[in-house]
Design a protein around this ligand. Structure first.
Ligand code: SF4
Length: 497
């Protein structure tokens, strides 16, 4: 059996880092972890090939080679996924689809032969069994949660690793919280399920053995969902593994803000090699946090929490949302002030949207406010429901936020604010690679000589060189991120005009 695994293209977005990747000559930020994991679950005798359309072209001859094409993706990849499915249908090759986008709504993909939905650890073996018997059903689904301690190590051998900026590993699924706009608990449940430490180490080892030298993103939606297991088993094991290999890669993940309440956990994460965490902060406005059930962010000094995590050695990237029913007209200025003060350099501000399956979607449906499906990109100036605030005022306020925070003046001021506060862990080792040197040279040329921000670039460069020399590579990386964010939002704005 020949199996082709296809990952559709995603558009240029905040998280695509397209314009930053050019500095390090990479094609994509992260590989398609879901497809690589599914591949590892297929019968060993089957031949497999992966085409990630974000790093290479899908050719007809690849499709014709296959007996089946497996496709996965998120809603942001819908357009590309639909065109791949049509191409396969016209070439007579059946498509098997799974992953978050198809699980959230498979009905609109009429040309797909089989759907293997929800968690593949449960539905894929059922499909493979029926396929062997010659009686496959069209749709496989389950409302059970898989035991992820049985999930195999992803099939890294299918990957052209040098095309990616980072690798990814999944340690846990599920989140104990229940934010109204979030579909994570719908897809993965509220009880965090974690892999065993042996599994996690095996995944780290498999990347190390293949010579991987970049960062590793633990793609869990909330890495600290089960703190006791992290402290007692997982982090001590990862720390020992990292130490014995001289910290070969920096780690980053996503966490909830209550990380700031646990100094022991923060220290342990920093010692294990974590240098960045993404936190969903959403809003500095308490009523908006209550409205979306983000209770873990309520009644706390969010700026102090962010700065505390940074002082424990982890850069905080933040997610923010405007468009809540409770948002006052002053929210835009308050959010800008909060982001600047807390020194969150990578601040993703999006418009509230209601993805299918979420409580917010249900509420919008009941209140007759739902307009359309989400685009999957909450930074593209689209909203899929009727907001309480005047629509034009909301868009104008949103535009003002992104224009302000990504202007060179504010962006570079935030980098400096962050670097002043940031205390990298002693264990942090920076492994200089040729691509870093290339990125530094390109940044001098593109930002320092020809960029409109050249004054801010050099000011930060020399400040960092003399005051925080160890953090100069980070200062350059964050300057490059700013260039990407400005390009993305300019692109969206031009599209709107
Ligand atoms: S904390 Fe994050 S992952 Fe968990 S439900 Fe809220 S938004 Fe979703």
């Amino acid at each position: 059996m020949n199996i082709l695994l296809v990952y559709p293209t995603y558009p240029d977005t905040f998280w695509s880092f397209k314009y930053a990747l050019k500095f390090i000559s990479k094609k994509a930020s992260l590989p398609p972890l879901g497809l690589l994991t599914v591949s590892a679950m297929l019968p060993a005798a089957w031949k497999r090939k992966l085409i990630d359309m974000n790093v290479e072209k899908l050719k007809d001859k690849d499709i014709l080679w296959a007996d089946y094409v497996f496709i996965s993706g998120m809603s942001i990849q819908k357009e590309s996924a639909k065109s791949v499915i049509s191409r396969c249908a016209s070439l007579g090759v059946p498509v098997i689809a799974g992953g978050p986008m198809f699980t959230a709504g498979h009905e609109e993909f009429e040309e797909v032969a089989y759907f293997v939905l929800n968690e593949a650890e449960i539905t894929l073996p059922q499909f493979l069994d029926d396929l062997e018997k010659g009686q496959p059903k069209r749709v496989y689904t389950t409302d059970l949660w898989a035991d992820i301690t049985k999930t195999p190590v992803p099939d890294w051998d299918l990957l052209k690793m040098n095309k990616y900026a980072s690798m990814n590993i999944q340690y846990s699924r599920g989140c104990p919280f229940d934010c109204e706009f979030c579909n994570i608990t719908v897809l993965y449940g509220r009880r965090p399920r974690t892999k065993d430490k042996e599994q996690l180490l095996a995944e780290l080892e498999s990347l190390h053995a293949r010579g991987w030298k970049g960062g590793i993103f633990l793609v869990d939606d909330n890495f600290i969902g089960n703190k006791a297991k992290l402290k007692n088993e997982t982090l001590p094991a990862v720390t020992e593994w990292m130490k014995s290999r001289k910290y070969p890669f920096p780690l980053f993940s996503e966490v909830s803000i209550n990380l700031a309440d646990d100094e022991e956990l923060m220290s342990m994460m920093a010692r294990a090699g974590f240098d960045t965490v993404f936190v969903g902060i959403e809003s500095p406005h308490e009523e908006s946090l209550v409205e979306c059930s983000k209770f873990q962010n309520k009644n706390r000094d969010l700026t102090a929490c962010v700065q505390k995590i940074q002082q424990f050695g982890m850069e905080v990237q933040g997610g923010f949302i405007v468009g809540f029913d409770s948002d006052p007209a002053s929210i835009f200025d308050r959010l800008v002030a909060f982001i600047q003060e807390s020194g969150i350099v990578t601040a993703m501000v999006g418009l509230l949207n209601a993805p299918p399956g979420t409580k917010l979607y249900q509420r919008m449906l009941q209140e007759n406010r739902l307009l359309r499906a989400t685009t999957g990109d909450n930074t593209d100036f689209s909203i899929n429901f009727i907001p309480k605030m005047d629509h034009d005022a909301l868009l104008e306020g949103y535009r003002r936020i992104v224009k302000t925070i990504y202007s060179p003046k504010q962006h570079y001021a935030r980098i400096k604010q962050f670097l002043k506060n940031y205390q990298p862990a002693q264990e942090r080792v920076f492994h200089m690679q040729f691509s870093h040197l290339k990125a530094a040279v390109k940044s001098v040329y593109r930002l320092g000589i020809f960029g409109r921000e050249r004054f801010y670039y050099w000011r930060l460069f020399f400040w960092s060189l003399f005051r925080k020399p160890r953090l100069l590579p980070l200062a350059i990386t964050l300057s490059i991120y700013g260039h990407h964010f400005r390009r993305i939002f300019r692109q969206h704005e031009l599209f709107l005009q």
